[in-house]
Design a binder for this molecule. Structure first.
Ligand code: GLN
Ligand code: ZN
Length: 784
């Protein structure tokens, strides 16, 4: 039965049913903050560098917010979000709202200002930053709240209500967006010193007390609708966590009186149990679903949906850059309307548009055909509106026929389809590809040829990217210097990197990657089926953005991509030179991927292209080839039930790249994380000869896998020092770590190398660090 205030909130909801004169029922979950030309990035960085004032930063930010609200309002969006802007991260904003500042930042109360806020985000001269981690399976990173029983939650940032008022003053009545209280706690971690068994959810009553104040403030300012983002509802949650949602919203229900409350979920299908919990939440009038990734959610809705509630139907993809197939979305919406009634549906985005690029208008270099296939955030807003109008019976035929034409042109374009590639990739499915000989026999064959000492030393690939180097690449790209001049400059760089490594007495050398701007872009630019944007930036964390390539068509490799440089580098030395490639899974996971075929299919296509490159390198005299899979783990689906399938095709794709090489060719791979424990069997299944992995920040975690008895017969190089820090690791310290590893791993499988590539470091740091690394390896070799 309904509680009193739930009844009340339903009554208010019903009394505000839409009239046709009003705007159509359209909604945007959230919007990118950076601005179409990364205005916020530059304003932030200039402020941090003390080149501009706090007022300047505030001004740029207010202008961005105003232009976003205006744009949505001009398009005709009814439910426009506010408080989706942030100076750094929306989870950190919530931490500020709750006053949950870790004591080390010395905050003494009052409204949280830039000093405390940015210290938490980025650290300051004396205190390091809070930890950052990936936001679900996106490339966005949030600042992890650090909580414990001692935290005194106090309402300490009024940003949500200020933004609401700011928009209202501009004539836009917005829907303030808050990170839901339960997701906030589920995404936080126990602060240092707090017992690991501490139940973060036990903080719920204290957190809710502050939420009540925020809600009261918003209501007083005139808000009629509030959105709570509770994306953790799509994860595999235990019953007591689901119960926390029930309890939290029941406790908030009295505060919801007179308000419409939307609980927004996104990024995956919502599990059946969570759906039950969500749709039974007290005081909630509307539910947001991701209907792009959550196709099974539709079945749940069909099987039962509470009467009188609203569905915010996320049919426009916030995770990608493809134009919506409007006809297809309209049928989905109509199917939903058949179940819950048209007046109960609000057309929306699948998630915040934060995860897509900002505005296609700024892409002057993409040709019209490709552009017609794309929609960035600004265009997605228009799509949402067109769908809402169509659902209400005002279908804009011009927009819909343009959409159908774009879908058709993409399907039939010869730039998209390459029959030969399709066939070759399809033939791979369901089969197994493995090198014929097992890894220990291969390592023997390789050792005969390479003749390496025990504890061989190597690096991960890149060497420092100097200002000069960046200038050369930029000028070549802009055709300001000739190809000849470019090749000469890069050649000299490679020569000096090789000389340095010989001087340092490293065993397996690299060419240093001076010709590469980015490990995915470099390959994407040489493969068919990829397009590149000029301004298609997506926020990664804080002011940092990435510009993912767009994979629009079947992938093939017109010609060799790295052989020229690798063979040149090999010609400068007698020592083995590692060829350096980016693996198919990483290229896939760091790109905007086509949605007209399964991701696995695209991955197989890339694998075939990389396979050709591997074989050409081998033919070109390169006997050691590293295929980086830095992002393999990142692609893990959110739900555990889907892990096995992903790992299966991802690992298969990796193996395809190198099944064709001889036993004596040594295949390396590299990964940028050390939380291996749950996927160790897949890593072994990759069947690489040597794996180098990030480790220096968490020795124990990685080594515990092996201590627990996992047998790893291949070579393994857990990073012996952290390349993310300018600090130069002393020889003894490195030697200590090697010894620790030797306690767990066989001496003949252990490699000695840094954590990751050196491109962000300076030579003044790299030289002494590598010198110490080699010295440590030699010292231990002598002791063994
Ligand atoms: N080979 C690459 C480099 O050294 C690997 C980078 C990475 O793992 N992210 O730069
Ligand atoms: Zn790495």
């Amino acid at each position: 039965s309904l509680t009193r205030s739930e009844e009340d909130s339903q009554r208010t909801l019903v009394s505000s049913t839409l009239t046709p004169q009003e705007k159509m029922a359209s909604h945007i979950v959230g919007y990118p903050r950076m601005g179409p030309k990364r205005e916020l990035k530059f304003a932030l960085e200039s402020f941090w560098d003390k080149k501009s004032s706090a007022e300047d930063l505030k001004k740029v930010s207010a202008d961005l917010r105003a232009s976003i609200w205006k744009q949505m309002s001009d398009v005709g969006i009814k439910y426009i979000p506010s408080n989706t802007f942030t100076y750094y991260d929306h989870v950190l904003d919530t931490t500020a709202t709750l006053g949950a500042v870790p004591p080390r930042y010395g905050w003494t109360g009052g409204e949280i200002g830039f000093d405390t806020y940015f210290s938490m985000a980025r650290g300051n001269a004396t205190v390091p930053a809070m930890e950052m981690t990936k936001w679900f399976d996106t490339n966005y990173h949030f600042i992890v709240p650090e909580l414990g029983p001692e935290v005194n939650f106090v309402y300490s940032s009024h940003k949500a209500v200020e933004e609401y008022k700011e928009a209202k003053a501009l004539g836009v009545d917005t829907v303030p967006v808050l990170v839901g209280p339960v997701s906030y706690l589920l995404l936080s971690k126990a602060a240092k010193g707090v017992d690991k068994s501490f139940d973060l959810l036990s903080l719920l009553p204290k957190v809710l007390a502050v939420y009540k104040e925020v809600i009261a403030d918003l209501k007083a300012a005139g808000a009629q609708f509030i959105q709570f983002d509770e994306p953790t509802l799509v994860l595999d949650l235990e019953a007591h966590k689901l119960q926390a949602f029930t309890d939290a919203y029941a406790a908030l229900t009295p505060s919801f009186e007179g308000l419409h409350v939307l609980v927004e979920t996104y990024f995956a299908d919502i599990p059946a149990e969570a759906y039950k919990t969500l749709t039974s939440l007290s005081g909630v009038a509307a539910y947001g679903f991701d209907l792009v990734r959550g196709t099974k959610t539709l079945d749940l809705i069909k099987a039962g949906f509470p009467s009188g509630k609203w569905i915010f139907a996320g049919v426009v993809d916030g995770r990608n850059i493809w134009a919506n197939d409007l006809e297809a979305s309209l049928s989905t919406l109509e199917a939903l309307a058949g179940i819950v009634g048209k007046e109960r549906i609000v057309v929306s985005t699948s998630c915040s548009l934060l995860h897509t690029a900002v505005d296609l208008v700024n892409e002057t270099k993409l040709d019209d055909e490709i552009k017609s296939w794309l929609a960035f955030a600004a265009q997605k807003v228009v799509e949402v509106n067109a769908l809402a109008n169509a659902l209400a019976g005002n279908k804009d035929e011009a927009i819909f026929s343009a959409s159908s034409a774009a879908q058709a042109s993409r399907k039939s374009s010869p730039r998209v389809t390459n029959e030969a590639v399709q066939k070759a990739a399809a033939a791979l499915k369901g089969s197994d590809h493995r090198r014929a000989t097992n890894v220990s026999a291969r390592l023997d064959a390789q050792q005969k040829k390479l003749n390496l000492p025990i504890l061989p030393t190597t690096t991960i690939g890149s060497f420092p990217q100097t200002v000069e180097l960046r200038r050369v690449r930029r000028e070549f790209k802009a055709k300001k210097i000739s190809e000849e001049e470019y090749i000469k400059a890069i050649k000299e760089e490679i020569r000096s990197v090789v000389e340095l490594q010989e001087e340092l007495d490293i065993d397996v050398l690299v060419h240093g990657e001076p010709e590469r701007n980015d490990m995915v872009e470099y390959f994407g630019e040489q493969l068919s089926g990829f397009a590149f944007t000029a301004n298609g930036w997506v926020q990664s964390y804080g002011s940092r953005c990435v510009k993912p390539p767009i994979i629009y068509g079947d992938v093939s490799r017109p010609k060799a991509m790295t052989v020229f440089w690798s063979a040149l580098a090999q010609s400068f030395t007698k020592r083995p030179m590692k060829g350096m490639l980016t693996g198919p899974v990483t290229i896939l996971n760091w790109s905007f991927v086509r949605v007209d075929q399964p991701r696995s299919e695209t991955c197989y296509q890339i694998a075939l292209a990389i396979k050709d490159e591997v074989e050409d390198l081998e033919k070109g005299g390169i006997g050691v080839i590293q295929i980086d899979e830095a992002a393999l783990r990142e692609g893990l689906p959110l739900r555990k039930s889907e892990h096995a399938h992903y790992l299966d095709w991802a690992v298969h794709s990796f193996r395809i790249t190198n099944v064709g090489v001889q036993d004596s060719t040594q295949i390396h791979t590299h990964m940028c994380y050390s939380n291996f424990n749950d996927i160790i069997h897949s890593i072994i299944n990759m069947d690489a000869d040597v794996i180098t992995i990030e480790n220096s920040r968490s020795d124990e975690k990685l080594l515990s896998v092996f201590r627990e008895g996992v047998v790893y017969g291949a070579g393994i190089g857990p990073g012996v020092y952290d390349i993310h820090s300018p600090r130069i690791p002393p020889t003894d310290e490195i030697a200590d770590r090697i010894n620790k590893m030797l306690a767990v791993l066989e001496k003949n499988v252990l490699w000695v190398n840094p954590d990751c590539g050196l491109k962000t470091r300076k030579y003044t740091e790299v030289k002494p660090a590598l010198l110490n690394m080699v010295a440590a390896a030699k010292q231990i070799r002598n002791e063994l």
